[in-house]
Design a protein around this ligand. Structure first.
Ligand code: LIP
Length: 276
């Protein structure tokens, strides 16, 4: 790579290679048997040895390929680039969730993924989400569209919220789950049905290709939504928060334009970004 900032396509090529090897490691470790290594925010917020091993593998690979880049990961946090302390580095930051859907992974439910995004000067420009179990892979570059299996992805064309299949998720804190359940209880009579699949990155990718019509969740970290969010927006979904805010920890809503406002307004009325 030259000194100049790589193109989104060049960053995507790196992300795909690194994510594929990471997913292979996660798959092999699952087959060998995994168990809870530790818990984090609550007793149900688990981490396995595979989460750590896969993230370490991604960090090592990126440090070899692009030593000056920084990395933000779910398990090891912010890792600065190799540049001199305080140096601005390359302007590229990678955002990695080594196993999104860790509880699914622990239980052997085939809905977990390696999620890896590249950010340039604070803007996500490339992302890949690879299902550890099925090998399905979603990719996107900013302005370059969203893709799976060589097909350009287009989101749902549903215009009636009452006909919409909506995916969502719940946090690890019991009080938050109770609040989120009240939101779902208030929404469920106004949509076709709800799906709780258990991995935000994959849920956003399923919404990107219309396998669900829309998705929302409170409490997501950057690593849960960076790559999947780009896939979703490049497939035509509006990805945002409430009342003009960007998608973030308070709330992520991903919906086709026609569904965004009605879903947004219902979620706003139900205080979906509120609670614990
Ligand atoms: C998970 C998210 C999911 C959410 C879970 C958890 P993790 O991430 O992908 O959408 O509902 O509570 O946050 O912990 O498996 O990386």
């Amino acid at each position: 790579m030259t000194g100049s900032t790589p193109t989104p396509q060049e960053l995507l090529a790196i992300a795909m290679d690194v994510a594929r090897e990471a997913a292979d490691t996660a798959y092999r470790m699952r087959a060998a048997g995994v168990e809870v290594a530790a818990t984090k925010s609550t007793i149900t917020d688990v981490v396995t040895a595979a989460d750590r091993a896969v993230e370490r593998q991604v960090l090592d690979a990126l440090a070899t390929i692009r030593p000056d880049d920084s990395v933000l990961g779910e398990e090891y946090g912010e890792e600065p680039g190799a540049g001199a302390p305080g140096a601005t580095g390359s302007g590229v930051r990678w955002i990695v969730d080594p196993i999104d859907g860790t509880v699914n992974y622990l239980y052997g439910l085939a809905h977990s993924a390696v999620s890896l995004a590249a950010e340039v000067d604070g803007v996500v420009v490339a992302g890949v989400v690879r299902n550890v179990f099925t090998g399905e892979e979603w990719t996107a570059t900013l302005g370059g569209g969203a893709w799976r299996a060589g097909q350009r992805l287009r989101c749902s064309t549903e215009t009636d919220l009452g006909q919409a299949l909506v995916a969502t998720g719940f946090g690890y804190d019991a009080a938050r789950r109770s609040h989120q359940a009240r939101v779902v209880a208030g929404l469920i009579a106004h949509v076709r049905d709800i799906r709780r699949l258990g991995a935000a990155a994959l849920d956003l990718c399923l919404a990107a290709e219309g396998r669900v019509d829309a998705y929302f969740e409170k409490g997501l970290a950057a690593w849960d939504q960076a790559a999947g969010g780009l896939v979703a927006s490049e497939a035509g979904l509006r990805v945002a928060g409430l009342r003009g805010l960007p998608a973030g920890p308070d709330l992520v809503i991903a919906a086709p334009e026609a569904l965004f406002a009605p879903l947004h307004d219902r979620l706003d009325d139900l205080d979906a970004a509120g609670g614990p």
